[in-house]
Ligand binder design. Structure first.
Ligand code: CLF
Ligand code: SF4
Length: 479
């Protein structure tokens, strides 16, 4: 269903602007959508770990939980201190005042100089808490001007605050937009609170969807890079997401992140309690692949907490709980941060040059039609550099004769847990990567190696660039 056919949206559907429609080297696009990206856009996403797949290997983000209230009720949210749009539900975070949040950002900026982005993503909706949200952004912009500001919202109040967002130079905004059809919306949202009144069912969904569309347009007009997050809910909006994708592309969204519903009874959400399941990895990939011809897709999202700290694949939030960071001095030093980031850029340039050589030497595809998935254990930096037993997630790459494409990740319990329940853990790991032909690791013990081999998963031990190891494995294996 198109936005027009819902009777919802009166906005003109126009072609995407040249800057926002172009795709390129961030690694999250399909070949058919790949065209040269505008240099200025490249610069705007170069060190944003969510907007650039390549950047997420090197740069970190942090969230500060300053926004407790919400103006809608999603059926996948338990209304505790974590927004399911941007966090794992059921994990309670500490709320901070804007001043505490600013202190924390300065502390983290000195301890993790590769932290380049500060996001406000909850635990409620940032724009349902405008004063706290904007006060926090103001403090950061003043004290740490090199940190990019990022905002994630359900979109209900976006048009009301677009001028303030632009004024504060918030260049990256995410709208969580799960449907363009109010009938489907009524199955996802219990109520919407707008202008002092609570609306339920289709009526509430219609208001939210209209405001989201207007918000999308307003971001485009303000030249702010917009990412759309969509929660994939099997049986409710899964097939419909292709239409959502088409609509957001036509309305100037830069990136689409289709994320799996996280649902379990213990979360206490409506969906958890009614037994609504989330999608399987293969179902998620299928929908992402269907949309990939249209626009850039984000596949490296970790559905992180409202107080997340670190690289996307790691969680360092426990190092910076309030009792700890309030004892630390905020030694933000711009020069040191710049030096570290220059070092990262030098490393990235070398890595990319090396990748180009590898690609060149594999320019004759063995068999482009055969695609295999490989699971990679990595601590970041674009390298196979982690012991099998230490991996808390595996990055999944699709390899054909000449391309190595990031297609997702699988979270696992790490195998080395001091012997505790190793058998069960191993079984779960094998299940999580059972569709992969090989696992690429820096090292693995004999026992897990044997179990992986018995499950039909080959083990490649190496310490090198992911692309290099994956292509060499492919060439060897297909031979
Ligand atoms: Fe945070 Fe979101 Fe900004 Fe990133 S997260 S506000 S755009 S800085 Fe990133 Fe986390 Fe996925 Fe969000 S991995 S949940 S997409
Ligand atoms: Fe929860 Fe976020 Fe939905 Fe609000 S917008 S109900 S905080 S998931």
């Amino acid at each position: 269903m198109t936005p027009q056919s819902t009777g919802l949206v009166n906005l003109p559907i126009t072609e995407t602007t040249p800057t926002q429609s172009k795709t390129g080297d961030c690694g999250c696009t399909s070949k058919s959508a790949a065209v040269e990206m505008d240099e200025s856009i490249k610069a705007r996403i170069a060190n944003h770990p969510c907007y650039s797949e390549e950047a997420h290997h090197h740069y970190a983000r942090m969230h500060v939980a300053v926004a407790p209230a919400c103006n809608i009720q999603c059926n996948y949210c338990n209304r505790k201190y974590d927004c399911a749009n941007e966090s794992r539900p059921g994990v309670v975070s500490e709320l901070l005042t804007p001043e505490e949040a600013a202190h924390k950002v300065l502390v983290v900026a000195s301890k993790i100089p590769q932290m380049t982005v500060l996001g406000i993503a909850g635990p409620g909706d940032p724009l349902a808490n405008p004063e706290k949200t904007f006060r926090t952004f103001e403090l950061i912009a003043d004290k740490a001007p090199d940190i990019k500001l990022c905002l994630s919202t359900n979109g209900l109040m976006l048009t009301e605050y677009i001028d303030r967002i632009k004024q504060l130079n918030i260049d990256h905004v995410t709208i969580t937009l799960n449907t363009i059809d109010p009938e489907i919306g009524a199955q996802i949202y219990s109520w919407v609170h707008y202008k002092r009144k609570r609306y339920r069912g289709v009526e509430g969904a219609k208001i939210l969807l209209e405001k989201q569309m207007e918000g999308l347009q307003a971001l485009r007009e303000a030249d702010i890079l917009c990412k759309v997050n969509s929660v994939m809910i099997p049986g409710i909006n899964d097939q419909h997401l292709v239409e959502v994708n088409k609509m957001i592309r036509e309305n100037g969204a830069f990136l689409h992140n289709i994320m799996p519903l996280i649902s379990a009874p213990e979360h206490g959400t409506h969906f958890g309690l009614t037994g609504q399941r989330g999608p399987k990895p293969a179902e998620l990939k299928e929908v992402q692949d269907k949309c990939a011809g249209n626009m850039k897709m984000m596949r490296h999202c970790r559905q992180c907490r409202a107080d997340a700290v670190g690289l996307l694949g790691e969680d360092r939030s426990q190092e910076f709980t309030k009792d700890k960071f309030m004892e630390m001095s905020p030694e933000y030093d711009l020069t040191t941060r710049q030096e570290v980031q220059e070092g990262i850029e030098k490393f990235r340039a070398e890595l990319n040059a090396a990748k180009a050589v590898v690609k060149e030497s594999n320019s004759t595809p063995v068999n482009e039609k055969i695609k295999v998935l490989v699971a990679v254990a990595t601590k970041g930096g674009g390298l196979v550099n982690q012991h099998f037993g230490h991996a808390k997630e595996f990055q999944i790459y699709e390899v054909d004769g000449s391309e190595v494409k990031y297609v997702g990740h699988r979270k696992v319990d790490h195998f080395c847990q001091g012997g505790y329940s190793e058998k069960a853990t191993m079984e779960k790991i094998i299940e999580a990567i059972s569709d992969c032909k090989a696992v690429l690791v820096s090292k693995v013990g004999e026992s897990p190696k044997e179990k992986l081999n018995n499950a039909g998963i080959e083990v490649v031990e190496a310490y090198d660039m992911i692309e290099k190891v994956a292509l060499e494995y492919y060439q060897e294996s297909i031979k």
